[in-house]
Design a protein around this ligand. Structure first.
Ligand code: MG
Length: 248
């Protein structure tokens, strides 16, 4: 995996030019899994085990490539290729419940999903600049959503949050990020997204938002660039180090 820092523009752009355009920056929109929480290893194990119970199969790499889709979207995609049809409402409910159970079991054994190393530094710097923090996630995982305030005190509010329960067409469609902009009352030019997954990057770029990818998982950087990322950082510490010198 190439994580060369040479891919990151470290010098200021000429003439006060900004990476993002001329609108004043008002908000950072954060994905949750693989950005706020180092939860993807648990999701990978949980999906592989849960779909197996229903005679379906999915590899861990596919979980990472499909990250960001709603549970229903993921289940329908693998149902289509194995059964030749979409899953029924009941199947979706059952398989997603099995996946949530496996996810909670994975982190019960290891303690809860850890906060992503370095992300609190990023959040503190964003807050220090007086910018809004919005969460835009495809997740419906109550155990993570309900614990946001505990792990990130004072950073997020329920009003500035888009989850699996809010959208009809999840990532990679633009709807989740467009809804995030709407909830914050801002335009795409006034926001920056922080994402870790190809489909999340596609969603954010389709919504017209400047997108910073942080490669916190096993995929090659090329998967994030190919999805349309404007910048790719190797981890949250690297982003925290550079966030104030990027001409956003
Ligand atoms: Mg993610």
């Amino acid at each position: 995996m190439d994580k060369s820092p040479s891919e990151i523009p470290l010098t200021p752009l000429p003439n006060g030019e900004r990476l993002r355009g001329k609108s004043p920056l008002k908000a950072f929109l954060f994905d949750m899994d693989g950005v706020l929480f180092d939860s993807m290893p648990g999701h990978a194990v949980a999906w592989v085990k849960a779909v197996e119970r229903y005679g379906l199969s999915m590899t861990a790499e596919e979980v990472y490539m499909n990250e960001g889709r709603t549970g229903a979207g993921t289940i329908n995609a693998i149902a289509l290729r194995t059964w030749g049809r979409e899953a029924t409402e009941q199947e979706i409910t059952d398989i997603y419940a099995a996946k949530s159970e496996e996810f909670n079991r994975y982190f019960e054994a290891k303690g809860e999903a850890p906060v992503m190393p370095g992300v609190c530094d990023v959040l503190d710097k964003v807050r220090a600049r007086g910018l809004m923090r919005v969460i835009v996630t495809g997740s419906g995982q109550r155990s993570l959503l309900d614990n946001l305030n505990h792990h990130f005190p004072g950073q997020f509010t329920r009003e500035l949050m888009v989850t699996a329960f809010d959208v009809k067409k999840g990532k990679p469609f633009p709807e989740p990020y467009l809804m995030g902009l709407q909830k914050a009352g801002i335009t795409s030019a006034e926001a920056v997204v922080v994402e870790n997954a190809p489909l999340g990057i596609q969603s954010a770029r389709a919504a017209g938002i400047f997108t910073i990818a942080v490669n916190t998982g096993p995929l090659p950087d090329s998967a994030l660039w190919d999805a349309g990322a404007n910048l790719v950082f190797p981890d949250m510490f690297a982003l925290a180090d550079e966030i104030d010198s990027l001409e956003l």
